[in-house]
Structures are given as structure tokens and as C-alpha cells.
Design a protein around this ligand. Structure first.
Ligand code: AHM
Ligand code: MG
Length: 358
């Protein structure tokens, strides 16, 4: 009989590498897996249950929330608020930090999450996902603070995502490689199906919303020409295009096949010069996974992991995938978008100064 490794067994085996571990991290991951199962149960019934459609409320970005977003958001919070493992949380769906209620104890970890990313796809049965990022508490005092939430990506203890697709998978890294588990719905267990995931050396796909090409900078346009082998020298790798429009699904596919995902800054909306995706909830955790699998992530100027967030909901350009592809886009941006880089640096510096003075 093949060796069946449940997520519980895997986590306990990992814990043995840390003799001082109290088990809090292992249990936190186990709580996440349990929340994932509950969300999976609802997403797979989405077409049947009377759950589709808008819940009526709008989230912090002015977008209408759908019922499953609300369900996923509340499920994660409620699963975590009383365990004594976390000191503070933040969710993409809430403008403000989520504090642990006073009557519950606090622990030494910090959780940031995007409860259900790609929710505009729910109505069409397209894969969606949950993304999470775990830090250690750095503030003094019992309760967590904003300083605990606004830590750069390189300080993450662990990160991961759950993809609700043709099957449900949980993929995570705690700094010892990237491991993927598939939910066996018949026994309700996540089983280790993808140990030690590595990005293949030879990339297959590039993923970007090509419909926005007219808003792209010179650097991005030339880079995509290169990717597709249409550059003047004809030296590009000639990749195929795949774009689902659901970050977790696009990221997961490229992690397995090799390639690059990008959501660059564009000129569509002068009020949003920094792209769409959020540093703390989306880019930093996926950057952590990518790097643990041998890839790399950048905002086009700096490694994602080096960026000090100044706002919980900060948006940044995002390029992630095979290292040489991401480094190449940085080169194109340096060469063709120098003005933009200068402006981006200046805006980031001002936003950071403002955040510090508040
Ligand atoms: P959401 O957090 O509102 O779900 O938006 C994020 C999603 C990502 O999953 C995806 O990569 C991106 O939006 C797609 O955006 P676009 O439709 O502009 O290409
Ligand atoms: Mg999102």
C-alpha cells in the first residue's frame, strides 16, 4: 500500500526539525486546513445552494462582496480568534486590522489573508482561492499592533494558498520547501500529493491581462514582445499565453509548468498607478512560495520580499515566476521606463514618510 501522508502527519514531522517548537505553528496550520475544508464545502455547493449573488455590502476597495467572500472571511476569522495562537489578523475584506477579542488570549503569530481571491469568477465556476501570510509578533505588549501587520515579506514565517478548483489543494511553505496537499473529499483529509514543488527550469506560459496592452508602458510592451518571440532580434522564448483572471489559479498553474505571471502598473486609472494586486495579502505570500520553489518575484524594481509595506491595502505591480523571466522584465523596465521608475520610487517614499509621521 502506498504511504499516505495526511497534512497532520506532515506538519508533525516538520515540527520535529524544531526541538523548541511549542506546537502553536503546527496547530495554526491545522486550523487553516480546517477553514479550507469548510470553504471548500461551500464553494463546491455554490451552484446548488442559494449562495450566489451579492451580499449587498461593499468591501474596502468599493467592490461589491459576494456571499462566498463573506462566508470565507468570517470562517477564517472565527476559526482563529479564540485559539490563543494569534495576536492580530488582517483580511483583504476589512479596512482595519482584526483584533483578537479581549476575552480571548493572544499568541505569538500574526495572520494576513485574502479570504476568497478571484471572486468575480464565482458565478462562472472558475477556480478561486484563499491566500495567507504568517508573521511572528514583533510588538511589545500582549495584543498585536499595526507594526506586526506591516512587516516586509522576507520576515514571513510561512505562507500559502488554497485553490478551489477541479480539486481543492492547499499549498504552503514554512521555509523548508513548498508542499502541496489535495483534499480527498471522501475522507475529508488533505493528503500530501505534491511534496517539494520546484518551478520547472523550462517555462511554458506567460500570464497577463493582454486586454490592457494599450495602457502598458514601453518596457512592458517590449518585454511581452520578447516573451512571445516577436522582439526585433527574435531571441525570446516564445511562450504560450494562459490567463484565467484568478490569481491563485494562474499562479498555481505557472508554479507547476514554469512561466511568468504579471500584473503591471498601467495608465488606465491615474488614481491607481501601482497596479491592482495587494502587497500584504497577495504578492508577499505568493512571492515567498515562488522563491521557496526556486522562482522569484518583483514589483519590477525591487524584490517583493524586500518591500516595507506602508499601508495594509497597498497595491503594487507584480511579476512572479521563473527567476530569469522576472529578472528580464526588471531589465526592460530599467531600460525603457526610467521616468516611471523615478516617479514610482518618489511616490513610494512619500507614502512611507506619510505613514511614519501618522
Ligand atoms: P479580487 O481580490 O477582487 O478578487 O481581485 C483580484 C483578482 C486576481 O485574482 C486576478 O489576478 C486579478 O484580479 C484579475 O484582474 P483583471 O480582471 O483586471 O485582469
Ligand atoms: Mg484578492
Amino acid at each position: 500500500m502506498p504511504k499516505v501522508i495526511t497534512i497532520e502527519r506532515h506538519l508533525l514531522e516538520q515540527q520535529r526539525h524544531f526541538p523548541q517548537a511549542t506546537g502553536a505553528f503546527t496547530n495554526l496550520m491545522y486550523d487553516i486546513a480546517l477553514a479550507a475544508k469548510l470553504i471548500a464545502r461551500e464553494t463546491t455547493r455554490a451552484g446548488l445552494a442559494d449562495i450566489l449573488g451579492m451580499a449587498g455590502a461593499t468591501n474596502t476597495h468599493g467592490e461589491e462582496q459576494q456571499k462566498l467572500d463573506v462566508y470565507a472571511d468570517q470562517t477564517i476569522y472565527r476559526m482563529m480568534d479564540h485559539t490563543g495562537r494569534l495576536c492580530i489578523m488582517a483580511s483583504e475584506e476589512h479596512a482595519e486590522p482584526l483584533h483578537i477579542p479581549d476575552h480571548y488570549p493572544c499568541g505569538s503569530y500574526v495572520l494576513l489573508y485574502d479570504p476568497l481571491d478571484g471572486s468575480s469568477n464565482i458565478d462562472y465556476n472558475v477556480s478561486i482561492g484563499t491566500i495567507f501570510s504568517i508573521h511572528r509578533k514583533i510588538s511589545e505588549g500582549e495584543r498585536g499592533t499595526m507594526a506586526d501587520l506591516l512587516q516586509p515579506g522576507y520576515r514571513q514565517v510561512a505562507a500559502g494558498y488554497v485553490i478551489f478548483g477541479s480539486s481543492t489543494m492547499l499549498v504552503y511553505s514554512a521555509g523548508r520547501g513548498v508542499h502541496g496537499f489535495t483534499l480527498d473529499p471522501s475522507i475529508g483529509e488533505f493528503l500530501l500529493s505534491h511534496p517539494d514543488i520546484r518551478v520547472p527550469d523550462k517555462p511554458k506560459y506567460y500570464s497577463v491581462n493582454q486586454g490592457y496592452e494599450r495602457y502598458w508602458s514601453e518596457g512592458i510592451r517590449r518585454y511581452v514582445e520578447w516573451l512571445t518571440g516577436r522582439d526585433p532580434e527574435g531571441t525570446g522564448p516564445g511562450l504560450s499565453l494562459r490567463y484565467i483572471g484568478s490569481l491563485v489559479a494562474d499562479f498555481h498553474r505557472n508554479l507547476m509548468t514554469g512561466g511568468i505571471f504579471m500584473y503591471p502598473a498601467d495608465r488606465r486609472d491615474p488614481a491607481k498607478p501601482h497596479g491592482k494586486l495587494r502587497l500584504t495579502y497577495e504578492c508577499a505570500p505568493l512571492a515567498f512560495i515562488a522563491e521557496q520553489a526556486g522562482g522569484y518575484a518583483s514589483d519590477g524594481v525591487n524584490p517583493i520580499r524586500s518591500i516595507q509595506p506602508h499601508d495594509l491595502h497597498q497595491r503594487i505591480p507584480f511579476f512572479v515566476g521563473n527567476r530569469e523571466l522576472v529578472e528580464r522584465v526588471e531589465e526592460y523596465i530599467r531600460r525603457y521606463d526610467a521616468d516611471w521608475v523615478e516617479q514610482y520610487r518618489e511616490q513610494t517614499r512619500l507614502a512611507q514618510d506619510e505613514a511614519v509621521s501618522v
